[in-house]
Design a protein around this ligand. Structure first.
Ligand code: FAD
Length: 675
């Protein structure tokens, strides 16, 4: 290794470029000192610093030096490779070098942004730059791998995000497989009564889109289904889906609803009904469900539990009920995947002092959405749990499970707006009822949102600024029997307030789905601290993920209202359409390869590879990497006991040289020679 290094040291001409990034880097690091210091490295032909290396002038510096000074390697010390690795690879290529003969040192996120200590930051910048120089001399030219894109797309999740993405692609002539876990598409938007800020009926704007999905020639709709396995890579994913048995023959069912009517089982509707109403054991979530076939819930079906009943089968006019139906496994190939699995509502039981689940007339926001809906369990009447009594005083409590260090620190973004909507709807249904709205800060950014708030200010709602401490029942307080007492500090008046009400609505926050980590693993994405799926870049690539060909849209990426969700669904679809339009994409050549002569055939790497990209050749008794499947993660390289696997662009020599370079102040850098 040392010999090879010495050979390289004499023949390579490295150009080093230190970026100021305005004052982001230069405010903490002495860039001139780092530049001068780097220029003394024996491998360095030229070292420069510039205010913004990513600007066109900065890039032209690199291109010009490659041409005029005959550079053979390039190092840029600037920000994270996530931001600009591609930019500087492009500049290197335009200068006439292979783009992989370039290395980036992150002296911003890893250095200047991490400390105010200028001396230490400058010293660390020298180490990072030296590591990059020592590494880049061992880089090899690599060629990108062309991959054809299968024009079919998988969309996972049939809420408004998935529906939008699927329709955008289908309308542009591309085939979509839309996989939805529940018996119908629609997601949370189907549960909502009216939508802020315009108060248009949710079903009226959603249902036509659901029908379009159900009828579209370019959409294969798989409801009551889940993706179980994903193999492959951008352009060519192989998807395995479990289509769960509905116990209903879809070709025979006419969606007449007789089975549901005759079913004697009553089940609390925890799904679409948000726990407020009842459904049957064979049921459609709601009348406009798409598809219209019911689902038989075996756990609550009297026949499946006791062996007796079969009423649905008896009365079905088309003999569509099939108790013997089994789950089906389907396999298909797609080029790209859009994940739109949405959110869960925060479970308000986690805050015992708010009494949800213990105090009868404490409701969650989704329960209230169902209650206020004309097709909901109370027929749209705002009533207490007894189903009859209209509340005279209603409290709405914001930020339940949001902006709270004990639960979720983030703001759920939609709760202020839907709480204002609830205040309006209570007055619309019960004009005489007093509404008390307990908020911490009123957050209404969005088109027409502040105007909606101003409208509410004129609708006689009592706004109380302060976090609610406790909700208790007042059964032992003479004259207040049956009331709930909401206790809060009014921070504007600076005093404790005790408000007796009949009904409390908890504006629960938006959380990542409980199974988000499992779904992230399945599709090889990452989750953030709160469990939402990670985007490739929060500003510049909000719907892409770190896995090529896998996109995200809607509330699975973070709390979002409907307009934002729809915008993301469209954005994800257009990125997929552009990839399909290209026909071929070039994949990074950072891949593993096995040196046959050194492989002992132990197969340890076969089972460790997370992409199933290693096969065993029984005849030769060695393992082989399937290059198209390999994602260059390096697991096999690290695990191979014979050291027979090389990771292109991450060879042992490259990594060890970088480490030695980083530790230059522990082991002195070599003297400058021949420059
Ligand atoms: C009480 C309340 C009121 C609201 N009111 C409004 C309003 O008035 N206006 C507004 O703009 N916004 C409102 N919102 C926000 C709105 O609900 C969201 O913006 C919107 O529903 C997000 O849509 P989505 O498609 O991303 O997610 P979802 O609606 O959650 O849909 C996700 C879909 O994916 C499916 N799914 C999940 N996991 C899987 C899996 N592994 N495989 C297959 N399918 C899966 C789910 O079953 C679901 O159908 C409100 C939110 C709440 C809580």
């Amino acid at each position: 290794m040392v010999e090879e290094k010495e050979k390289n040291m004499q023949k390579e001409k490295v150009g080093v470029y230190i970026c100021h990034c305005g004052t982001n880097i230069a405010g903490t690091i002495d860039v001139e000192e780092v530049r001068e210091w780097a220029g003394n490295n024996p491998n360095v032909e030229v070292a420069r610093d510039y205010e913004f290396m990513c600007s066109s002038t900065g890039q032209e510096l690199i291109e010009k030096d490659i041409k005029e000074k005959g550079l053979t390697r390039v190092v840029v010390a600037s920000c994270s490779p996530h931001m600009h690795e591609k930019t500087f690879r492009g500049a290197t290529e335009r200068g006439g070098l292979n783009p992989f003969l370039y290395e980036m040192a992150n002296i911003r996120e890893h250095d200047s942004w991490a400390t105010n200590d200028k001396e230490a930051a400058t010293q660390k910048a020298k180490s990072l730059v030296n590591g990059a120089i020592e590494r880049v001399v061992h880089h090899e030219p690599l060629e990108k791998i062309p991959v054809e894109i299968n024009p079919n797309t998988l969309v996972v999740g049939g809420g408004i995000a998935g529906i939008t993405a699927a329709l955008e692609l289908a309308n542009s002539g591309k085939h979509v497989y839309l996989v939805e876990r529940e018996g119908t598409i629609g997601g949370h938007m189907a549960q909502i009564d009216k939508t802020f800020p315009t108060l248009d009926c949710s079903a009226c704007i959603l249902t036509p889109k659901m029908v379009d999905v159900g009828q579209h020639d370019n959409i294969t709709l798989l409801t009551y289904s889940e993706v179980e396995k994903v193999d492959g890579y951008i352009g060519n994913f192989e998807i395995s889906v479990r289509k769960k048995a509905r116990c209903v023959e879809e070709e025979l069912c006419t969606s007449c609803g007789i089975c549901e009517e005759k079913c004697p089982a009553q089940v609390v509707d925890e799904g679409y009904g948000a726990g407020l109403g009842y459904r049957k054991a064979i049921y459609r979530a709601f009348p406009q469900a798409v598809p219209g076939y019911p689902v038989l819930d075996k756990e609550n079906c009297i026949y499946f539990q006791t062996g007796k009943c079969r009423a649905c089968e008896k009365f079905c006019p088309t003999e569509a009920i099939n108790f013997e139906q089994e789950d089906e496994m389907l396999k298909f190939n797609v080029g790209n995947i859009i994940i739109a699995t949405g959110y869960d509502l925060f479970d308000a039981r986690q805050i015992p002092q708010y009494g949800y689940g213990r105090l009868e007339n404490v409701f969650t926001s989704l329960e209230f959405e169902r209650m206020v809906n004309a097709s909901g369990p109370t027929g749209g009447h705002v009533v207490l749990r007894d189903g009859e009594t209209e509340p005279e005083r209603v409290a709405i409590v914001h930020c339940v499970g949001s902006r709270d260090k004990n639960y979720n620190e983030y703001c759920s973004k939609v709760c202020c707006m839907y709480s204002l909507k609830f205040a309006h709807l209570v007055h619309e249904h019960l004009p005489e009822t007093e509404v008390y709205d307990f908020y911490i800060d009123m957050r209404t950014p969005g088109k027409g949102y502040e105007e909606f708030y101003n409208r509410l200010l004129k609708e006689d709602t009592h706004f109380i600024r302060g976090r609610v401490a406790e909700i208790t029942d007042a059964d032992h307080q003479p004259g207040e029997e049956g009331k709930l007492i909401v206790q809060a500090e009014n921070t504007l008046l600076g005093k404790q307030q005790r408000v007796p009400v009949d009904m409390v609505i908890l504006s629960a926050g938006i959380e990542a789905r409980a199974d988000s980590e499992k779904v992230a693993n399945l599709f090889k994405m990452g989750c953030d601290y709160d469990g939402f799926f990670n985007e490739r870049h929060p500003k510049l690539a909000p719907v892409a993920t770190m896995t090529d060909g896998v996109f995200i849209a809607g509330a699975c990426q973070g709390p979002k209202d409907i307009p934002e969700t729809v915008a993301q669904g469209g954005a994800a679809a257009s990125q997929v359409a552009s990839l399909i339009g290209q026909g071929t994409v070039m994949m990074e050549p950072v891949r593993a390869s096995i040196r046959e002569e050194d492989c002992s055939g132990c197969r340890i790497c076969n089972n460790l590879c997370p992409y199933n990209a290693i096969e065993f050749d029984a005849e030769k008794e060695v393992s082989e990497v399937i290059t198209a499947l390999c994602q260059g993660c390096g697991t096999c390289v690290a695990a191979c006991p014979s050291g027979a696997i090389d990771g292109a662009h991450f060879t042992n020599t490259q990594v060890m040289s970088e480490l030695q370079g980083l530790l230059w102040d522990v082991q002195p850098a070599p003297e400058k020679v021949n420059v």
